[in-house]
Design a protein around this ligand. Structure first.
Ligand code: 26W
Length: 803
């Protein structure tokens, strides 16, 4: 946390003293606490309110300017916003970090301890949710009028802990304390219906819902760099129209009396913890319709307040669908325009399509939402009719089409999103090409101009400036502060990397981060790691396609090799794993158990542990990522080629000077192109080779036969070497990798194992390694979400910055 910009937009300059006074006044008058008795929570709340006051000015100014200019607005609809903590982000974006540090120091408090008292807003599962959060921060930094719309889950992603190495899930309680960053908006409430029937009278359709619930808004300001602009994240909370049934209460039916409220709240009670499998649950569809319908009503209410010609809608409103989860937006907008406002059906469809665009984040078949027609028609009878008509109109227009929305009794939300969007984008160059060749090949043939690519990005404020002070200070000292707002300025480092001076400081910054992280591991988990060892991180959701089981099998092979030759000149390495498995995903939970079991054996192994340690950190979330990433030397991006749509952790790690060992998958391809093949450890099959390899019978058996190291590692697992007393514990994992092995762990093992040996050798030349790492930082500027959002604004939304 570094340099301040004293002169703050919209408000008077503020220094430590003034900020301290603001904190003190909030402690007294907002928290009602005497400093003598104030807890860390109280100081955090007081500081948060004092900082929030400084955000509000920019927020109001942005809203007023948007109205004044009648500007086009971007609406980002997402079931997930993986925000993390907000206090430090606000301090850094407002340039108040040092002032806050000094103000708290004056009270005998440590800023980082106060910052870490804030619970993460874990309103997302992984990549999709975090991308949405990075995008909101970049939209504000660019001064683009925008709003994020989502659900105010009472319980975010579950808390993960390990019992005997197994994942245990517990509810997450971020709202059990006051949440200082949101404002309740009782005036922004909408009634939404479910179920019921549709009455058709003289050509008009009238939907009579059977169940009604209210959506109430809670607003969180999203501040941008240097506090020049702030947009709103509006999250909807479900409330009962009549929360309390006094009649039942008076009859002593206390449950019955509370039932309406409990039932309604269920809709925004908890985030579904699946990030790749469409469970097809009714509540999930209710959640999707709930926030989408409330958002569209709010969008039209705002439009009506400024315009009275609906034909202007596509010029003033750009709605981005973050995957298919808000896809009902198409039929619902048509319903609002046609059924409620009398716009002709096809005109309503044209206007809706003019507003909507859709991002696809996965090609995994099991993740593509397809609702049962029965369930869908029961919950949304009118939308079912509208979807049927849209599908029939498209069939009439393209008689030779192969794809359809209504297919084998399901409603395919990918096809619906495609047909109702003016643009469809993938999230990396490879992913977008694979979309055209696979899931949307037929629709791409019919609408060749609709699919474009927008490679993901990450915000450099949170993922470099804020989480990596040591490196940020060096960057600013070396090339000035411009990089924070224009990340491609990092390329100015290049001339300095070859020479002396900068590279030593660069290596020192990494080593300082590793020391700090090592101390934290020691405090939290009583682990002792050597900051000179290679910190090798695989941090992401647990999934077969991400192949954490490939990483642990290779770790076992390395362990066995060290045992074969204990006096060999081994490169010390700490393999860091972190990530949650969807509660119902048995195989992923077995992988977690296996990694913890291997860690227990290896970390206790006196012969090998000075060369090889394994740690699985529990409860991976945004805040833990902010701790691990600055301290990482190696970034594991080892998914089966063609499966990871993009990845964003890969970008964060490269930016923070970790070298990537990875396949040609997702954005790895573009990272390698930008940082240089010589600064990237590539291994494994390409997406094409993967498809070909699968055709070969017994491909796994062949690979095992050709790679003794793999066979030996598998044998150790199969024989219960890591599960004393339950030898068969991992029979499933071993049989899968030796048999069907759909994600080709066995077939990519030899290449991976050999590449890891190269990595170990490369790490021994610390100077050369530091230079490769510095080239990764210097050449990762393109992966800023400012670049991504700039392209969405110009190529999809037609939105302009008002800064
Ligand atoms: C229906 C259940 C469900 C929930 C979430 C299915 C699929 C999802 C998300 C699309 C999964 C996800 O997070 N995808 C990730 O999105 C990132 C941002 O674009 C990419 O970087 C990752 O590669 C992709 O896996």
């Amino acid at each position: 946390m570094t340099t301040e910009f004293r002169h703050f937009n919209g408000g008077e300059p503020i220094d430590a003293e003034a900020l301290g006074a603001a904190v003190q006044s909030h402690l007294t008058y907002t928290l009602g606490k005497d400093a003598a008795h104030a807890t860390r929570y109280d100081w955090r709340m007081a500081l948060s309110y004092a900082v929030r006051d400084r955000i509000t000015d920019a927020w109001f100014a942005a809203t007023r300017k948007t109205y004044a200019e009648g500007a086009k607005r971007v609406y980002y609809l997402s079931m997930e916003f993986l925000i993390g903590r907000l206090l430090e982000d606000a301090l850094v974006n407002l340039g108040l970090a040092d002032a806050a540090e000094a103000a708290l120091k004056a009270q005998g408090l440590n800023l980082m301890e106060v910052v870490c008292d804030e619970p993460d807003a874990a309103l997302g599962n992984g990549g999709l949710g975090r991308l949405a959060a990075c995008f909101l921060e970049s939209l504000s930094t660019l001064g683009c009028p925008a709003m994020g719309y989502g659900i105010r889950y009472e319980h975010g992603l579950f808390r993960q802990s390990f019992e005997d190495g197994r994942q245990v899930e517990r509810p997450e309680h971020w709202l059990s304390q006051q949440h200082p960053w949101e404002f309740e908006r009782p005036e922004a409430r909408f009634r939404l219906g479910f179920g019921g029937h549709v009455e058709h009278v003289d050509g008009r359709a009238i939907w009579h819902p059977a169940e009604v619930v209210e959506a109430e808004a809670y607003d969180t300001p999203i501040i941008g760099w240097e506090g020049k602009w702030a947009n709103t994240l509006r999250l909807w909370s479900a409330k009962a129209v009549h929360p309390f049934d006094l009649g039942r209460f008076n009859h002593g039916d206390f449950y019955g009396a509370a039932e309406p409220e409990a039932l309604a709240r269920t809709i925004s009670r908890v985030l579904y913890p699946d990030d790749t499998t469409d469970e097809g649950k009714t509540l999930r569809l209710k959640q999707e319709f709930f926030f989408t319908a409330a958002s569209l009503r709010d969008i039209l209410r705002r439009f009506d307040s400024e315009h009275d010609d609906l034909a202007l809608l596509p010029q003033k409103v750009a709605i981005q669908l973050n995957d298919t989860h808000p896809a009902i937006a198409g039929p619902e907008l048509v319903r609002l325009l046609h059924d409620e406002r009398g716009v002709e059906f096809h005109e309503a469809v044209r206007l809706a399509r003019g507003c909507l665009s859709y991002t696809n984040h996965t090609l995994l078949p099991e993740a593509l939402e397809a609702w049962g027609e029965g369930l869908f028609a029961h919950l949304l009878p009118r939308h079912m009719e509208i979807i049927r008509r849209i599908d029939e109109d498209h069939a009439a227009q393209y008689p030779d089409r192969a794809s359809r929305i209504l297919d084998h009794g399901t409603v395919r939300m990918g096809e619906l999103s495609f047909l109702m969007a003016h643009h469809v984008n993938g999230v990396s160059a490879l992913h977008t090409e694979l979309m055209k060749e696979t899931v949307f090949s037929d629709l791409h043939r019919l609408h060749p101009e609709r699919i474009i690519n927008q490679t993901n990005g990450v915000t450099p404020r949170r993922w470099l400036k804020s989480c990596n002070g040591a490196l940020s200070d060096l960057l600013t000292e070396t090339i000035g502060t411009g990089w924070v707002r224009d990340l491609e300025q990092l390329s100015r480092l290049e001339p300095m990397i070859g020479g002396a001076g900068f590279i030593e400081k660069y290596a020192a910054a990494k080593r300082e981060n590793k020391t700090v992280f090592g101390n934290w591991l020691n405090e939290e988990f009583n682990l002792n790691v050597d900051p000179d060892a290679m910190f090798d991180a695989q941090i992401k959701r647990i999934h077969e396609y991400k192949r954490q089981h490939l990483a642990i099998l290779q770790t076992i092979a390395d362990w066995q090799a060290i045992h074969d030759n204990p006096n060999g000149d081994w490169t010390p390495r700490v393999r860091i794993f972190a990530g949650k498995a969807a509660p119902g995903y048995v195989f992923a939970k077995e992988i977690i158990h296996l990694i913890n079991d291997v860690a227990a054996v290896l970390n206790a192994d006196k012969v090998t542990r000075e060369y090889l340690q394994v740690v699985f950190l529990p409860n991976y979330n945004v805040s833990l990522a902010e701790r691990i990433i600055p301290a990482s030397d190696l970034s594991e991006q080892i998914s089966t080629a063609g499966k990871e749509a993009s990845g964003t952790g890969n970008m964060k790690l490269a930016l923070n000077g970790a070298l990537t060992i990875g396949t040609l998958d997702g954005a790895n391809v573009e990272i390698r192109e930008h940082v240089g093949a010589e600064n990237f450890f590539l291994f494994g099959m390409t997406a094409q080779e993967v498809v070909a390899r699968r055709e070969i019978d017994g491909h796994a058996g062949r690979a095992i036969a050709e790679c003794p190291a793999l066979g030996r590692a598998l044998e150790a697992v199969r024989s219960g070497r890591f599960s004393a007393g339950e030898p068969d514990r991992y029979r499933g994992v071993v049989e899968n990798v030796s048999g069907p092995d759909y994600f080709l762990v066995a077939s990519d093992f030899a290449s991976y194992h050999a590449k890891q040996a190269e990595v170990s050798a490369a790490y021994r030349d610390r100077d050369a390694w530091a230079r490769m790492a510095a080239y990764n930082t210097a050449r990762s500027g393109w992966f800023s979400s400012d670049r991504t959002i700039g392209d969405y604004m110009s190529q999809i939304w037609g939105a302009k910055s008002l800064l």
